[in-house]
Design a protein around this ligand. Structure first.
Ligand SMILES: C[S@@+](CC[C@H](N)C(=O)[O-])C[C@H]1O[C@@H](n2cnc3c(N)ncnc32)[C@H](O)[C@@H]1O
Length: 186
């Protein structure tokens, strides 16, 4: 099994050996933002949870990472100029969003032509189809969080339809997590 930070930090898809500006959506504890910080001039890391970012900042300080700006906001609210970033990371996120397609649109807009989109997504439509039938009831009762039941084929098409060329794809964890590294077409 591949390790996520290793994969994206040492991505052979980088242009000219380095990214300039990176953007991590759903930073969580900052594991990937901090791992990538040494490969780019600057990282903007956003997460909707202030608590998560508190831990992310502590982790950054402990790792002597000082080129990450953490911002407590959602992907839906985050705004930046078109083409601001060389790489956008959306790891373990799309299946959690109300509107994953809108998030892909935003990632596309924020990336420079030729920039990289790196996603890892739980595609529960493929691996837990049965759960999809009871999940809406559980979510309505507040017993389980709302998740999207995405399918790999569908997600692959959604990414391609937005003007990305897939560079690398693989599944992880009994095929439950789908990774794709894609380049924004010019
Ligand atoms: C499963 S964690 C993944 C964290 C990190 N990307 C990783 O792979 O370790 C999901 C994160 O997404 C954040 N999140 C959920 N909805 C979000 C949204 N709409 N905008 C930004 N962050 C969001 C959560 O607060 C949480 O930190």
């Amino acid at each position: 099994m591949r390790d996520k930070p290793e994969l994206v930090s040492k991505s052979r898809h980088k242009r000219g050996g380095a990214f300039n500006a990176g953007f991590t959506i759903a930073a969580g504890l900052g594991v990937y933002a901090n791992a990538h910080a040494r490969h780019v001039s600057h990282v903007t890391a956003v997460d909707v949870s202030e608590k998560m970012l508190e831990f992310a900042k502590i982790n950054a300080a402990e790792a002597n990472v000082d080129n990450v700006t953490f911002r407590a906001t959602s992907i839906e609210s985050f705004e930046a100029a078109d083409g601001s970033y060389d790489a956008v990371l959306m790891l373990s996120l799309l299946h959690l969003l109300e509107n994953p397609r809108a998030a892909l649109d935003k990632a596309h807009r924020l990336l420079k032509p030729g920039g990289l989109l790196i996603t890892s997504t739980a595609c529960l439509g493929d691996s837990m189809r049965w759960f999809g039938m009871i999940a809406p009831v559980g979510a309505a009762l507040g017993l389980i969080p709302k998740v999207q039941f995405l399918f790999v084929e569908e997600l692959r098409s959604e990414i391609a339809d937005r003007g990305f060329a897939s560079l690398e794809e693989f599944n992880q964890g009994d095929n439950r997590t789908y990774f794709q590294i894609a380049r924004k077409l010019a």
